[in-house]
Write a protein that binds this ligand. Sequence first.
Ligand SMILES: Nc1ncnc2c1ncn2[C@@H]1O[C@H](COP(=O)(O)OP(=O)(O)OP(=O)(O)O)[C@@H](O)[C@H]1O
Length: 179
Amino acid sequence: MEENEQKQYHFHEMELDDRILKAIAKLGWQTPTLIQEKAIPLLLEGKDVLVRARTGSGKTAAFAIPVIQKILNIKQTAARQEIKALILAPSKELCHQICSVLKDLTIKCSREVRCVDVSPQVDLSVQKPLLVEKPDIVVGTPARTLQHIKAGNLDLKRCLEILVIDEADLVFPSDMRKS
Ligand SMILES: Nc1ncnc2c1ncn2[C@@H]1O[C@H](COP(=O)(O)OP(=O)(O)OP(=O)(O)O)[C@@H](O)[C@H]1O
């Protein structure tokens, strides 16, 4: 290989579940974007990762693919249905967008990996029954998620395995970012 020739990775080299690979193929994605190529293997190893990349570089799938893979792994041995992943994002529009990507990527395993959007699109009471069913993934804004925790609708103490904070620069207050 030439010195400056970059090896182009493929999704099937990432040890992903067949159902995820089929969903990716259905989306027409040929190869991972650069950020996906870097982040997915580290996240699958269980590393804590901070990602910074341009808008439109494929960050959502960079965390969504490993989240789905990890849930499928956990489900092979877990006896009880629990909420395993929490994804926080600063706006209801972004929460909706994340859920839509998760839906596309779980099209072949939608029974095994269920996702609920608890962003403030509807009243708290409407979302409560969805949380009682213990979806695998909860996506929400920090404020609405906290409301559910305080109301006793969401208990993440024992079962949470994965935390994603999308647009963390907007989620955390600026005084926290300085320290
Ligand atoms: N591997 C891929 N191959 C082709 N298209 C992809 C791939 N991954 C993501 N995309 C597409 O690229 C577009 C941008 O992806 P995405 O919204 O995840 O980027 P982002 O970095 O999260 O953007 P933002 O910062 O605006 O949230 C979407 O239309 C998505 O479907």
